[in-house]
Design a protein around this ligand. Structure first.
Ligand code: SDX
Length: 396
């Protein structure tokens, strides 16, 4: 029988998995994928190479990487029925809801759950990594009333997504910076959406349902949805001289400041450090963003007021400024986060299958026992004659 002191809100500090996939240390601000520091991967790796590392546990040989990239290039297209389904979505719908619906719908085409077949696992990994960006870009085009743009097999993963968004081939620098963003967002131990993925995977459902669960979880503003809220916050602040008052107001009203704080990091998120550098590189090449000065002032103000509590920028604080400069609309920031995190979710899906026990935690019951059933007549009467209520429905 669990005791009340065993209950940890939000499972804070409770290990829910044994994992070799990634490692985070919150006081130094360390993040490693399969033991490789994130800044090494950001500098030297690519998104698909990092996904291979996360999912299969080792850096691929040249042949393995080329085969993986080749398979993904040729699985990017969507079934016409998925595209037709998207045509029924309201333009005003949030792209994360569209992505969650399409991810689950993929399962309609591949519902054979051969979870003990490595080829089935590999096919699902390839399909989801290949098709999720196409879904996001297709919804973006359709909600503008346009036909979706077919993927181009001659473009790499990052360049192809940016191309499908506006039918313009991106500069090599923009595509490279976007690929680094995908590396940075691919995996982050047992965060809320990855936990969702593992819980769903533990029931042995299909991988498309697993990803749909995770997408729904990532959408929340306390998790992946914060990157969109950060831009809204910078827009609302409007100028550097209004930063202090805004931050004071949020703190006074006990409102969270979007893009700050983390369950694990008590220093600046190492991904935020790299993303800030990428933003500055883009600004140097393509022109600045007035929101960047406001963001710097927000970071300074929050550090002054909340740094002692270990509240610093997280991954969502600077990512939106990078995406804005790449021409990505703000309500697509979280779908872009999802495109990257599919790599980590698939790694955890595969790992969960490797040593599975269905998740079924316990609870501390804080309700009553031995309560009487009160008929609808008595309940109605007690509304008419409140005194009856006082006697808990017993006749006066
Ligand atoms: C991501 O888990 C992951 O790894 C997630 C992620 C990943 O890669 O998957 O890193 C991606 O989700 C990043 C987080 C994006 N969310 C936001 O930016 C939303 C704002 N942040 C907060 O909601 C919050 O910091 C969380 C949700 C990120 C963490 O919440 P916790 O660990 O439950 O912390 P808490 O809410 O218990 O806060 C502890 C204290 C509280 O003060 P006290 O009541 O103890 O006095 O810190 C304060 C909080 O009020 N606090 C904040 C704050 N975050 C925490 N105060 C103001 N602004 C904030 N952002």
């Amino acid at each position: 029988m669990a005791a009340i002191e065993d209950y940890k809100p939000g499972l804070a500090g409770v290990p829910a998995a044994l994992s070799e996939i990634s490692y985070v240390e919150g006081l130094q601000g360390t993040l490693e994928y399969r033991g490789i520091p994130i800044h090494e991967l950001a500098q030297h790796s690519s998104f698909l190479e990092s996904c291979f590392l996360l999912i299969w546990g080792h850096l691929p040989s040249l042949d393995e990487l080329q085969a993986f990239e080749h398979e993904i290039r040729y699985h990017r297209r969507l079934k016409y029925r998925i595209r037709d389904m998207m045509k029924c979505f309201p333009e005003s719908g949030h792209p994360m809801d569209a992505l969650q619906a399409c991810s689950a719908a993929l399962g309609l085409f591949y519902s054979r759950r051969a979870l003990d077949d490595p080829e089935y696992i590999r096919a699902a990994v390839v399909r989801l990594l290949a098709k999720i960006p196409t879904m996001v870009a297709a919804f973006q085009m359709m909600r503008k009333g346009n036909d979706p743009i077919q993927p181009r097999d001659d473009l790499d993963y990052a360049a192809n997504f940016l191309y499908m968004m506006n039918e313009r081939e991106p500069d090599p620098l923009a595509a490279k910076i976007f690929d680094v963003c995908l590396v940075l967002h691919a995996e982050h131990t047992i965060n809320a959406s990855t936990f969702s993925a593992r819980v769903t995977a533990s029931t042995l459902t299909d991988p498309y349902g697993v990803i749909a669960s995770a997408v729904g979880t990532l959408a929340g503003p306390l998790h992946g949805g914060a990157n969109e809220e950060v831009i809204e916050m910078l827009e609302e602040i409007g100028s550097v001289d209004r930063v202090e008052a805004y931050i004071e107001g949020r703190i006074k009203n006990k409102q969270k400041i979007m893009g700050f704080g983390h369950r694990v990091y008590k220093v600046k998120d190492p991904r935020a450090v790299i993303l800030q550098g990428l933003a500055e590189k883009l600004f140097a090449e393509y022109g600045g963003d007035r929101y960047y000065d406001i963001a710097l002032a927000v970071e300074q103000a929050v550090e002054k007021r909340l740094g002692a509590k270990g509240i610093y920028p997280n991954v969502d604080f600077y990512s939106g400024l990078v995406y804005r400069r790449l021409g990505i609309p703000s309500d697509l920031f979280t779908p872009v986060f999802a495109i990257a995190r599919v790599g980590g979710w698939l790694a955890h899906w595969k790992a969960q299958l490797g040593e599975n026990r269905i998740f079924r935690p316990t609870q501390i019951y804080s309700g009553q026992h031995a309560q009487p059933y009160i008929s609808i007549e008595e309940r109605t009467l007690s509304k008419v004659f409140p005194s009856l209520e006082a006697t808990n429905g017993k006749k006066a």
